[in-house]
Design a protein around this ligand. Structure first.
Ligand code: ZN
Length: 346
């Protein structure tokens, strides 16, 4: 089963056309917008104007905690108001709440990212506080993605750098998927794998840049690449092309050192580490992350070496059915410490 977005619009300064974009997807009715208080304050009136200009009614749900309760609330309001679509407007959290809420409520979902800090802007997966599993759950992918580069380019650089970390993670995710194909005969989708890999590789050729005169070009490339990796997951029908051992370590760190570092930052550093374990060119990955000012050590994220070593040991049990390099290597605590030191990421 492939589930893909029906329409993706990436452009510079397109926000005022959002109403028309949603009208094309839904043809009538009203929309429930999910946003944080800051984004609502900043973009709310422009969004409302664009919706009313095409005679679409708009309701708001303001999310503060962005947890499962929020998503259940969104589902309830979407049903009681009889909206035809739920729209996630914001960074990762509001988009995730809207995605899960629309899934619970059986409504289509449109993603309108205002930053690009992880691949959730386009993927069918959600991870948030209060869910049963410590890793991402499968919901539905957005039917539409609307990304205004002008808005996203104004997001804090730390968020965009974090998006680069989640993007580069596809290198070890695909390597782990290949390993599962070779060692435990798991289904491997070559097209989906290549698409995810190609997206990650934009960071490696030295031309990628989020700073200076051509920064908008970099932001556009990052958004397009993150959208493509979400599509790769849709084609694969699983998160395999997007999430491997580096994500398992990240999810283990979410438990062992909660609140330290952003998702993409943890993924980025863990990608260097897992690339070293895979025998890949881990130094090139570290250089690419440095060039976009994404952290390359756990200490920059405030996580001590011992805690990371514990997370590496915990990682394979986070999701036992997912075969990765960590399943095969069965590292001891001392192995993990040595690996951290050798890769220079402690
Ligand atoms: Zn991720």
């Amino acid at each position: 089963m492939m589930e893909l977005p029906r329409r993706v619009f990436v452009g510079d300064g397109i926000l005022d056309g959002l109403g028309e974009f949603i009208l094309d997807l839904t043809s009538e009715g009203s929309a429930l917008f999910v946003a944080g208080p800051q984004v609502k304050r900043k973009l709310g009136s422009r969004v409302e104007d664009s919706m009313t200009s095409v005679r679409l009614e708009i309701h708001w749900y303001i999310t503060e905690l962005s947890d499962k309760q929020d998503a259940l609330q969104v589902a309830k309001i979407a049903s009681s108001k009889g909206v035809s679509v739920v729209v996630g407007l914001g960074g990762g959290n509001s988009v995730d709440v809207a995605k899960l809420g629309s899934f619970y409520g059986g409504k289509p979902f449109v993603s309108v990212p205002t930053s690009a800090s992880h691949d959730g802007i386009s993927s069918p997966f959600v991870s948030m506080k209060g869910l049963e599993k410590p890793y991402s759950l499968v919901a539905r992918p957005p039917i539409g993605i609307f990304a205004d580069i002008d808005v996203i380019a104004n997001a804090p650089r730390r968020l965009l750098a974090s998006g680069c970390g989640d993007l580069i993670a596809k290198i070890t995710a695909v390597k782990d998927w290949e390993l599962a194909r070779d060692e435990v005969s798991e289904y491997f989708g070559k097209y989906a794998a290549n698409l995810a890999l190609m997206s990650a590789e934009i960071l490696l050729d030295g031309s990628f840049n989020l700073e200076g005169r051509r920064s908008k070009e970099g932001v556009r490339e990052l958004v397009e690449a993150l959208v493509s990796t979400g599509v790769a997951a849709g084609i694969a029908g699983s998160s395999r092309p997007c999430s491997g051992s580096e994500h398992l370590v990240t999810h283990a760190l979410d438990q062992i050192a909660p609140g330290k570092g952003l998702h993409g930052e943890k993924c980025g550093v863990s990608t260097i580490l897992m690339a070293k374990l895979h025998g890949l060119d881990w130094k090139a990955i570290a250089r690419a992350l440095q060039s976009v000012k994404c952290p390359t050590t756990y200490s920059e994220l405030g996580i001590p070496r011992d805690q990371v070593a514990k997370a590496i040991l915990l990682a394979p049990s986070i999701r036992e059915e997912r075969y990765t390099i960590l399943t095969r290597e069965k590292l001891t605590f001392e192995d993990a410490i040595r690996l951290l030191d050798d890769a220079g990421v402690a």
